[in-house]
Design a protein around this ligand. Structure first.
Ligand SMILES: O=P(O)(O)OC[C@H]1O[C@](O)(COP(=O)(O)O)[C@@H](O)[C@@H]1O
Ligand SMILES: [Mg+2]
Ligand SMILES: [Mg+2]
Length: 291
């Protein structure tokens, strides 16, 4: 169960209003920043100039909000003290940033936690993502409710105040090389590919938004070469799991909700499965049968 938000309404309002204001600014900064920098992030990935720029912009704006004490980013080794206050923000400034080169969609993810990091789903106050697609949108989960808004002009213009996964799933998308999948995960995909359409673009927020829109499942699974997969718990796993669960779906690390995973390390990775309840149940059952 995520944390009680009643003492943090003002901070949450300010955080999401500020993120909406930043969205067009981040988008406008992208065309000139498609090249790689010579830096490597804490997960060992080469940063793009766009990753670094978006991170600075977000740290400055969200770090300035009253009540926000800590800003942490996938792009930085340690959380940063940005003021006094009990609210910590964990951010993936650009999710799927390798998509900038082919000009494909990507996003920004934020998780708002109560207290110090690393934190688990029980200390999450709210989460959201901006999707830099043909339309600039922001999807926010707060108090168990998901809203989608247009933020193209920096204002929150709500399109849907009760985003819910469709009951009939139709799409699936998953990361990792096929020979690197575990036997259980391969068996699950072999079964569902008979029924559903493949949709995978390489940016979690965009791939997850396909699932939110059409119903289905998104996975970045445990791999033979990496038992915790690729995605990071604080910055990607927990915030998106909360959005999917609040929209009536389910999340799993293979055996339990991602919101129940123990946060041990700041840049910890976690296998991620998100989608309609029955597909997550079927996945967990197939993985258990191949254990
Ligand atoms: O290139 P792969 O292995 O399919 O990985 C894609 C996954 O990696 C990510 O791009 C990781 O995010 P970052 O760009 O923030 O590192 C996810 O958005 C996406 O699901
Ligand atoms: Mg990411
Ligand atoms: Mg990123």
């Amino acid at each position: 169960m995520p944390a009680d938000t009643s003492d943090y309404e003002a901070e949450l309002d300010a955080i999401f209003e500020t993120l909406a204001e930043l969205a067009p600014e981040i988008r406008a900064s992208l065309p000139g920043r498609r090249v790689k920098s010579d830096e490597v992030n804490p997960s060992g990935e080469t940063r793009l100039e766009a990753d670094a720029y978006a991170d600075e912009l977000i740290e400055e704006a969200l770090g300035d909000i009253d009540g926000v004490g800590t800003y942490a980013s996938e792009e930085q080794a340690e959380p940063i003290d940005v003021g006094s206050g009990d609210v910590s923000i964990a951010c993936d400034p650009l999710d799927g940033s390798s998509n900038i080169k082919p000009n494909s969609p990507m996003g920004t993810i934020i998780a708002v936690y109560e207290g110090d990091l690393p934190a688990g789903g029980d200390r999450l106050l709210a989460s959201g993502f901006v999707l830099f697609g043909p339309i600039l949108t922001m999807t926010v989960a707060r108090d168990g409710q998901v809203t989608e808004a247009n933020v193209g002009d920096g204002e929150i213009d709500v399109i849907d105040d009760d985003v819910t996964l469709p009951e009939e799933p139709t799409v699936y998308g998953m990361g990792g090389r096929v020979p690197d999948w575990t036997p259980g995960f391969s068996a699950f995909i072999r079964a569902i590919e008979q029924e559903y359409k493949l949709r995978y673009g390489g940016a979690m927020v965009a791939d997850v938004n396909q699932v939110i829109t059409y119903g289905g499942i998104f996975s970045y699974p445990a791999l033979k070469s990496a038992e915790n997969g690729k995605l990071r718990l604080q910055f990607e796993g927990i915030p998106i799991a909360y959005i999917i669960e609040s929209a009536g779906g389910a999340s799993s690390d293979g055996t339990q909700s991602i919101l129940d995973v123990d946060p041990e390390k700041f840049h910890q990775r976690v296998p991620v499965h998100l989608g309609n309840d029955e597909m997550i149940d079927r996945l967990e059952a197939t993985l258990a049968a191949h254990d």
